[in-house]
Design a protein around this ligand. Structure first.
Ligand SMILES: NC(=O)C1=CN([C@@H]2O[C@H](COP(=O)(O)OP(=O)(O)OC[C@H]3O[C@@H](n4cnc5c(N)ncnc54)[C@H](O)[C@@H]3O)[C@@H](O)[C@H]2O)C=CC1
Ligand SMILES: O=C(O)[C@H]1O[C@H](OP(=O)(O)OP(=O)(O)OC[C@H]2O[C@@H](n3ccc(=O)[nH]c3=O)[C@H](O)[C@@H]2O)[C@H](O)[C@@H](O)[C@@H]1O
Length: 441
């Protein structure tokens, strides 16, 4: 089958490449000409495990092509996925839908003359409930034969390819039986692998996405709030999470405390859901999401204060090494990165901060140019008064605490992500501090 993917960011490129990989013919569309040129050469615009090889393979096989032209897109296929960004609007926190509207408005005039009797526009972007119905009316004013469906995306950065090829569910919200049939056909190889297909109305599909992210955020802030009480009471939050997680109704995943959540989605999505609930007059019931947000942000401040205390009450004339810049391991995405927020607060406090990250330093240099960066962990830690482990890349687990102790000025470590082995680091002479856990020093 033929399809286009409009918006070739994290979601769009992965969706386009995976759809081509399962046998479809795909045209990726973006307004960013530089990005389209790189993709045409088979070069992904960001780091994502497994993507470079898949992109090269599908581009070389001729099943995946790219363009900046909406007219080309309309002529190429009858099914168009919208994967453009829906960032947070300043002030209200509501979702900015300008890119989605521009993508639909750019396509609409070309659809009538596309030669296809029926066309389908499928939204994958995360949008406030009610958007699909509004867009459908807007689209039909120009292209009466267009159906609209909302098919939210649940992939996680860092394992986006696996999540797309083996999703835990496919949700499709549409009022058109034709649209649902078409999407079942398109996803047939994934459905054959046992993925459940949930067909529903557009409003429910839109809400499934935001509700899922809000639930994950709630779980994370819950465990971070428990870490705070563990600190106050001398209890161990990791054991608490393990014990709670044994209850299959609760589950262990998304119960790892530390620095809280960042990235381009969980923070913006809980704010967008809150803003939409207020518009719909149900704000009071979701007001707790503001607290979820506050608990999350507080973890960054708590980490800065712990660092200040360990640095002797001041950051002036201190050298601080930061391990991790990406908002999570396996990604070079630094959008709302908790690690960079902490690093920058410490720098603003007067410390010299040197950041290491295996993938995200190029992006971090753009957003946080005042921090220093290195690709060498030992160099980051050279003469450091304090080392902060802020993004849990697996390679940090393999670090040798004995040799690292020889390069720092003081062997003091904050493990804000709970993945370093406290016994090994303490045996090597480190004073290791993990928020929410009792035995420090
Ligand atoms: N990043 C993630 O892990 C996930 C994101 N989402 C949602 O998917 C949507 C896309 O997110 P990302 O891929 O992260 O965004 P992104 O910011 O990485 O990429 C968006 C792309 O759309 C392009 N674009 C903007 N306006 C356009 C237009 N009018 N026509 C064609 N292209 C246009 C931009 O140039 C950019 O390449 C958002 O709604 C997000 O909330 C959903 C699940 C996962
Ligand atoms: O809508 C989206 O964009 C996506 O948002 C999240 O995916 P993602 O932001 O890629 O990353 P997650 O793995 O969810 O991690 C989010 C943040 O929570 C933190 N986290 C995660 C798990 C945990 O136990 N503890 C914890 O602090 C991570 O470090 C990271 O900063 C959701 O998990 C995806 O299902 C969703 O599609």
């Amino acid at each position: 089958m033929r399809l286009t993917v409009i918006g070739t960011g994290y979601v769009g490129v992965v969706h386009a490449a995976c759809m081509a990989d399962i046998g479809h013919e795909v045209l990726g569309v973006d307004v960013d000409a530089e990005r389209i040129a790189a993709l045409t050469d088979g070069r992904p615009p960001f780091f994502e495990p497994g993507l470079p090889r898949m992109l090269r393979r599908t581009v070389e096989a001729g099943r995946l092509r790219f363009t900046t032209s909406a007219a080309d897109a309309a002529g190429f296929a009858d099914t168009h996925f919208i994967c453009v960004g829906t960032p947070q609007r300043p002030g209200s926190g509501a979702a900015e839908l300008g890119h989605v509207e521009a993508a639909v408005d750019g396509l609409a005039p070309h659809l009538r003359d596309s030669g296809y009797e029926r066309v389908l526009v499928v939204g994958k972007s995360t949008v406030p409930v009610g958007t699909a119905t509004r867009l459908a009316a807007r689209l039909r004013a120009t292209a009466p034969a267009a159906d609209v469906a909302w098919n939210p995306e649940f992939l996680r950065e860092g394992c986006a390819v696996q999540d797309t090829l083996r999703p835990e569910r496919i949700v499709v919200g549409t009022r058109s039986a034709h649209a649902e049939t078409r999407l079942r056909e398109l996803y047939a190889p994934l459905l054959a692998g046992g993925t459940p297909f949930i067909g529903t109305d557009p409003a429910t599909a839109e809400l499934v996405k935001l509700a899922s992210n809000a639930f994950l955020a709630t779980k994370l802030s819950f465990i971070n709030a428990m870490a705070e009480i563990c600190d106050a009471a001398g209890a161990d939050v990791l054991t608490l999470a393990e014990a709670m997680g044994q209850d299959s109704r609760i589950g262990r995943r998304f119960l790892t405390p530390g620095l809280g959540f960042g990235g381009s989605c969980l923070p913006k999505d809980i704010r967008a859901l809150t803003a939409r609930a207020e518009e719909l007059g149900t704000g009071a019931s979701l007001a707790f999401l503001r607290q979820i947000d506050e608990i999350n942000t507080r973890q960054r401040g708590r980490t800065v204060e712990l660092a200040r205390e360990l640095a002797g009450g001041t950051f002036s004339d201190r050298r601080v090494a930061v391990l991790g810049a990406a908002f999570k391991p396996g990604s070079d995405d630094v959008r709302d990165s908790p690690a960079l927020a902490v690093a920058d607060a410490i720098r603003r406090g007067g410390a010299q901060v040197r950041v290491h990250d295996p993938a995200a330093t190029d992006n971090a240099r753009v957003t946080h140019p005042a921090l220093q960066y290195t690709l060498d962990v030992a160099k980051a830690c050279e003469h450091a008064d304090l080392v902060l482990h802020l993004t849990e890349w697996p390679q940090y687990r393999e670090l040798d605490p004995v040799s690292l102790a020889t390069v720092v000025r003081a062997p003091v470590m904050v493990d804000a992500r709970h993945t370093l082995d406290p016994m090994a680091w303490r045996a090597a002479g480190w004073s290791l501090h993990a928020p929410g856990r009792p035995s420090t020093g």
